[in-house]
Design a protein. Structure first.
Length: 221
């Protein structure tokens, strides 16, 4: 098959989604470059260690990739703390029960890191992953390897589409949905994935971040 034929074989929605990713991510990366440089400096001044964190995540079809974030934790933090938190949520949260949320008090998170997480500014470097095709602007939350180890077979269906910086779960159920409910939202998105759906979710994302930040400031997230 020729390269042109390969492109033609791609669904129109997938080609449109990728085009949207490249255009919007390029504009955002250029527009936020000064802010990203300033945030990186603040991270370095706040605690010892690199400004950027390179973390392995699982992408489309189960392929691992290195995801970039601004560092929000101490550089020598123990990753087993988060692994135990995930294991507890997986035991309690499937079906009904505990909402899929980050730990409310994590001693590894720095002072600046708490603010970066609340505003989601720590995720700006993921625009590079979007340009590389490892992520999309919109899609399921990128999973960690030890999370996948605890999944049930049907949970793997969320890997049919690339992981995203934001997604249906983030704008519709963050802080309330259990893991199973989050996966169902991901599967609903995957079934009707299109540039129009992505634009609708992107437009809803700032308000969702604002609600999440307010909730965290009140200590309810």
């Amino acid at each position: 098959m020729t390269p042109a034929a390969g492109r033609d074989a791609l669904p129109a929605a997938a080609r449109g989604k990728r085009a949207l990713d490249v255009v919007v991510a390029s504009l955002l990366l250029v527009g936020t470059a000064p802010l990203l440089a300033l945030l990186a400096l603040i991270v370095r001044l706040d605690s010892p260690g690199p400004a950027l964190l390179r973390q392995q995540r699982i992408g489309r079809a189960g392929h691992p990739f290195a995801m970039w974030k601004l560092r929000t934790m101490v550089s020598d933090g123990d990753a087993s703390l988060h692994a135990m938190h995930v294991a507890r949520l997986m035991r309690r949260g499937q079906g009904s029960g505990a909402a899929w949320v980050a730990p409310t008090s994590d001693p590894r998170v720095t002072r600046v890191g708490r603010w970066l997480r609340a505003t989601c500014l720590d995720e700006l470097p993921q625009l590079l992953n979007v340009l590389r095709g490892e992520m999309s602007l919109v899609g399921p939350r990128p999973a960690l390897p030890y999370e996948i180890a605890a999944w049930e077979p049907w949970h793997h269906e969320r890997l049919r589409v690339p992981p995203g910086m934001t997604g249906l779960w983030q704008v519709a159920g963050r802080g309330r949905a259990t893991f199973d409910e989050m996966v169902r939202l991901d599967l609903d998105y995957a079934a009707r994935c299109s540039p129009a759906a992505d634009i609708a979710i992107l437009l809803r994302t700032p308000a969702a971040i604002w609600r999440s930040a307010r909730s965290r400031s009140k200590g309810t997230a």
